[in-house]
Design a protein around this ligand. Structure first.
Ligand code: DOR
Ligand code: ZN
Length: 360
């Protein structure tokens, strides 16, 4: 019989960008309508690099949660040159603002990555502290600038990271907990299928990398709403990623990487990296899992495996999805009047994109 409704534990987003100020106020409700908890990325301007800043940021997020909804933002720190081992230790046990991860961005690779190290292998004291405290290292796993100081081809960045950086990191820090964020390539998938381990080495997957390959990104012109890091890859990579979802690994789960940018930065001479998917993220995952005949794996992927990595139980609340076609016709508009266009938007998306699942 065809499945037409689904009830699953409230999803967990292991990777979301909420920004600050008016953008945060506009986009947070999109996330809280779908997810009970989310791991909040720290690449704000300025970056979140102390527990005190994370605590203030957490307050700002909580004040944007619509009344009547519950939402638990799990805070992270940005691995900048100012981050100290002492602050990480403080965050490991902090009662108001426990730190759930430290995020590494390779210098120059993406939005606000100018505060990161060129390579995670250079941040020895910090990584050692993470290994000792048990706080996960959240990796943007791309080599952007190599050891010779040259920029790498952005289509090769993840492959290079998997071939060289990640094995060295695992060898030097055997107890380190690692989450490889937003995996996109066959190489990353094969590495994870071989070495992934629940509670130790996990990976997140976005809806957009499951939905699109670079033919979509270049269909009819360059598609600004699909421009993100890591870049969407070849068809073969996307197929392999979908195939991985069918296997239901306990160490693979949802991290939307929803990354809002104002219209002026997306439709500009220098298109910002970031796909804004929060207004439909859960629905899009359901859409893909339905397409590949893996709806029976959706709940673990969305709601169970993520919390488990962070030492948490699945949500006790549930959400219901129903099979119903819908489109996104409007942008999200901030209280300052700035428009933010989501993926699948009827005009700025690929056109005629129909979502098959809706939150009931
Ligand atoms: O596409 C991306 N956008 N990738 C990232 O790593 C960062 C994000 C953002 O913050 O806009
Ligand atoms: Zn991100």
């Amino acid at each position: 019989m065809r499945t037409t409704t689904l009830t699953i534990r409230r999803p967990f987003d292991a990777h979301v960008h909420l920004r600050t100020g008016s953008t945060l106020r506009a986009v947070t409700p999109c996330t809280t309508a779908r997810f009970g908890r989310a791991v909040i990325m720290p690449n704000t301007e300025p970056p979140i690099e102390t527990v005190a800043q994370a605590a203030l940021y957490k307050k700002e997020i909580l004040s944007a949660v619509p009344s009547g909804q519950s939402f638990d933002p799990l805070m992270t720190l940005y691995l900048t040159k100012n981050l100290t081992p002492a602050d990480i230790e403080k965050g490991a046990t902090h009662d108001v603002c426990k730190i759930y991860g430290v995020k590494s961005y390779p210098f120059g690779a993406t939005t606000n990555s100018q505060y990161g190290f060129r390579s995670i292998l250079e941040a020895k004291d910090i990584v050692r502290t993470l290994e000792e405290t048990g706080i996960p290292l959240l990796l943007h796993g791309e080599v952007h600038v190599n050891e010779q100081g040259e920029a790498e081809d952005p289509y090769d960045g993840e492959r290079l990271f998997i071939a060289d950086t990640l094995p060295r990191l695992l060898e030097s820090y055997p107890k380190l907990k690692i989450s490889l964020e937003h995996i996109t390539t066959i190489e990353a998938i094969e590495f994870m299928e071989k070495n992934g381990e629940s509670g130790k080495l996990v990976a997140t997957v976005t809806p957009h990398h499951l939905l699109y390959d670079r033919r979509h990104a270049f269909s009819g012109g360059y598609r600004a709403l699909l421009h993100c890091k890591p870049l969407v890859k070849r068809h073969e990579d996307r197929e392999r990623l979908r195939d991985m979802m069918k296997k239901g690994f306990p160490f693979v789960y949802a991290g939307t990487d929803s990354a809002p940018h104002p219209e002026s930065k997306k439709f500009s001479s220098c298109c910002a990296f970031g796909v804004f998917n929060a207004p439909a993220a859960v629905e899009l995952y359901a859409h893909v899992f339905d397409d590949i005949g893996a709806l029976n794996k959706l709940e673990d992927f969305l709601s169970v495996n993520g919390p488990r990595f962070f030492g948490l139980a699945p949500d006790i609340d549930t959400i219901k999805l129903e099979k119903k076609d819908w489109h996104i016709t409007e942008p999200i508009v901030t209280d300052e009047g700035t428009r933010i266009f989501p993926i699948y938007h009827a005009i700025h998306g690929l056109g005629n994109e129909v979502m098959r699942w809706k939150i009931a």
